[in-house]
Design a protein around this ligand. Structure first.
Ligand code: SAM
Length: 322
């Protein structure tokens, strides 16, 4: 049985926010102060997350990504990775992290069977890092990345949101990724509530990289989700994720679960369904499965950022998980 929306899009990927707390305060992401808005009891427990993933895996959901807030601030996250890895049908468990606590948990994450690691890193400059994130943390991230090299099945992805202040680092980041065997992905800033970033289109990035490099569309586009892959000098790949200038809604295969247990069908739509209520009111797996399959039919066809509209979401990126 598959999970299919009304446009025939097959849902195979769930992104789960395990906390709304974060240890950074990136100015383009956060809404207000960096304190949790949720009570401990509001947050899904690991057993509840695992139950939902098990139900969804019976529908063909194969890939799970843990995000936040910052997922590694949630206690014992490797335990959750282990629980998800033991679910039949789940082929990939991934984490998106800012890397600040990665060094501390790396060994346990590997032991737990984590398949894939994405690290968000917008700059290689210590002072700029501090300005963007509010924390003097670049060294911790770089040292964790150094230790993480080669430990995972797939290359580590470095996710860089393109901002006016890091455009000049596009080439340095490219070199950094090449030297370390990372897959660099540039991400367009998306104007959700709260964040105050400035949009820079992917064409800008391409223009800068093409001054000194041969950047060509890669022949095989199947391996990296929403990213359009390019080869650079025929010796390195990079990904460009351009939700605004080149939306990829037609191929969207994902849904999200927020840390307070809401099923969210599109990053840019506040249409949410209360899974936590079902989980905590004695609902059977079959009934939850039926509810999810009905709700998924309401997945919006597309978002409207490309028309220059600002998203009006109630939640900011920090509360959805990116
Ligand atoms: N704390 C984790 C991290 O930093 O990777 C996971 C959550 S964070 C919200 C996930 C990703 O969303 C990060 O790469 C972050 O840079 C990105 N992000 C946050 N706000 C964004 C925005 N407005 N537009 C595009 N990406 C954004």
């Amino acid at each position: 049985m598959n999970l299919i929306d009304s446009l025939g899009r097959k849902i195979e990927y769930v992104r789960i926010s395990v906390t709304d707390r974060c240890n950074l305060a990136c100015y383009y992401c956060r809404v207000g102060e960096r304190v949790s808005k949720l009570h401990h009891d509001d947050i899904l427990r690991y057993e509840e997350i695992a139950r939902l993933v098990e139900i969804m895996s019976a529908f063909g959901v194969k890939k799970v990504r843990l995000t936040g807030g910052e997922p590694l601030v949630r206690r014992d996250l490797p335990e959750l990775v282990k629980m998800l890895k033991s679910i039949r049908g789940v082929s990939t468990v991934a984490i998106t992290t800012n890397g600040i606590l990665l060094g501390r948990y790396l060994e346990k994450l590997v032991e737990a069977g984590l398949d894939r690691l994405n690290v968000s890193l917008d700059t290689l400059d210590r002072e700029k890092f501090r300005k963007i994130t509010g924390v003097d943390g670049l060294r911790s991230v770089l040292s964790a990345l150094e230790n993480a090299k080669g430990l995972f099945r797939d290359p580590i992805r470095i996710n860089t949101v393109v901002l006016p202040e890091n455009l000049d680092e596009a080439e340095d980041l490219l070199l950094f990724a090449k030297d370390n065997g990372f897959l660099l992905r540039f991400i367009e800033y998306m104007p959700l509530s709260g964040g105050t970033g400035k949009f820079v289109g992917m064409d800008e990035v391409l223009k800068i990289l093409r001054r000194r490099h041969r950047v060509e569309l890669a022949p095989d586009q199947t391996s990296d989700g929403p990213a359009t892959l390019y080869s650079v000098d025929r010796e390195q790949f990079i990904g460009l994720i351009a939700a605004r200038s080149h939306p990829f809604c037609d191929g969207c295969n994902r849904v999200r679960i927020t840390s307070d247990g809401k099923l969210r069908l599109c990053l840019f739509s506040d249409l949410e369904f209360d899974l936590k209520l079902l989980l905590r009111s004695g609902t059977s797996d079959e009934e939850i499965a039926e509810a999810i399959s009905k709700w998924v039919l309401l997945k919006p066809a597309r978002h409207f950022l490309a028309n220059g509209q600002r998203s009006t979401t109630k939640r900011g990126m920090d509360a959805i998980g990116g």
